[in-house]
Write a protein that binds this ligand. Sequence first.
Ligand SMILES: NC(=O)c1ccc[n+]([C@@H]2O[C@H](COP(=O)([O-])OP(=O)(O)OC[C@H]3O[C@@H](n4cnc5c(N)ncnc54)[C@H](OP(=O)(O)O)[C@@H]3O)[C@@H](O)[C@H]2O)c1
Length: 260
Amino acid sequence: MAIGVIGLGNLGGSIVKGLIKSGYPPDQIYVYDQDESKHKAFMDMGAHPSVSSGALLFLTEVIFVCVKPSDFEKAARNFSFVEDSKALVSFVGGVKLESLTAKVHGKNVFRAMPNISSEVCESVIALTSPKTADANMKKKVIELLSKIGDVYEVEDSQIDAFTSLSGSGVAFATELIKAFYEAGLLLGLSHDNAKKVAVKVFLGASKLLSQYDFEEISKRVTTPGGTTIEGLYVLEKTGVRGAIIEAIKAGAEKASKLTS
Ligand SMILES: NC(=O)c1ccc[n+]([C@@H]2O[C@H](COP(=O)([O-])OP(=O)(O)OC[C@H]3O[C@@H](n4cnc5c(N)ncnc54)[C@H](OP(=O)(O)O)[C@@H]3O)[C@@H](O)[C@H]2O)c1
């Protein structure tokens, strides 16, 4: 199935790279960016450049739109109608499914919110579908998105939460891991080891948490009177968890203000 990606910036680029990494045939991927100098890197990976978003729409069956919200209005003029045999998936922040389907006509117009971990096929992708969506086409879209991450079918009202928790979440998680890295440096580890250890601790904890409850893992690491509870006490006293929750809440509130 030929797929198209419009907008090859941070997100569009990460999606194309992730699809290719997942084994998707590069010659089935068509790309278009208004800045054509961005095509070359993807041509080198085997993807086809397109001369316009209109041409890309003609050549492909599923089209991913990855432009900034401020560019959406202009971009949408070139794909204001999507044939029923095709699907358009908008990754554009702040454009509700309702506004999207008012601008882009066709029964298979979806809204999705991923993150840049798409590049390493570890994305989290919230997906909202219109009632008109063809079941077969929706299945195809979900199968495609599942190649680059976990897909959550949600109501449009939950997209703001995903925007902050998982979209911006990559930046929040990066700050946390960076703090671990800096702690490693403070304790005299080399830059290289401190970074590797910080990343691996989050990776290992994430894998454990995909199998066990939070409490079980905490209990297994925390010996009464030991080193872990000493550190956990400082985290609690300094309100770290509350600060993280506040940050994610603030992101979601901002997303909601920017959404129309
Ligand atoms: N970055 C993330 O982590 C992330 C996560 C989730 C969702 N998103 C959403 O993804 C979208 C893209 O974000 P981004 O960070 O990837 O932005 P970005 O890096 O600025 O990439 C957007 C690309 O689209 C190009 N473009 C603009 N108008 C176009 C048009 N009419 N036709 C073709 N290409 C066009 C831009 O070209 P110019 O550079 O010439 O303007 C740029 O190369 C946003 O709506 C954002 O809300 C991003």
